[in-house]
Write a protein that binds this ligand. Sequence first.
Ligand code: NI
Length: 154
Amino acid sequence: MAIRNLRLDEDPILRKKSRPITDINERIKTLADDMLETMYQAEGVGLAAPQVGVLRRIITVDIGEGAYVMINPEILEQEGEVVDSEGCLSFPDVTGYVKRPKKIKVKYTDLDGEDHEIEGEDLMARCVCHEVDHLNGIVFVDKLCEPTEVNYEK
Ligand code: NI
């Protein structure tokens, strides 16, 4: 495993769309291992491949409930809205409020090629949505809103 360099701020790769993964080969497995190591070392809760310079659809997530490696993640359903504060390892100097779904259902493939559908709420939903945005070249600084929009229903 190895720590990879994080792409930061105005790096144009962060604005590009990632391609689906069709073959879960050794390169992808090494990428996943490196992404987890890089994410933990930086004390992040999520990371997307473009943030380490790879335009492929793979994300890692660990909100403190165990690690997920999600290949070709797709948000199938979303429910509710929560505005909460958010950051990103690619924008170390920025935190801000972003509106995200309260609850999502996400479909993905794991490193063994098995398909999964799981539900996530609150931080898990926020994190998966943030990382899937990265795969589409969307970064959270584009979505900042005022904290006055906070939805107290959460
Ligand atoms: Ni991010």
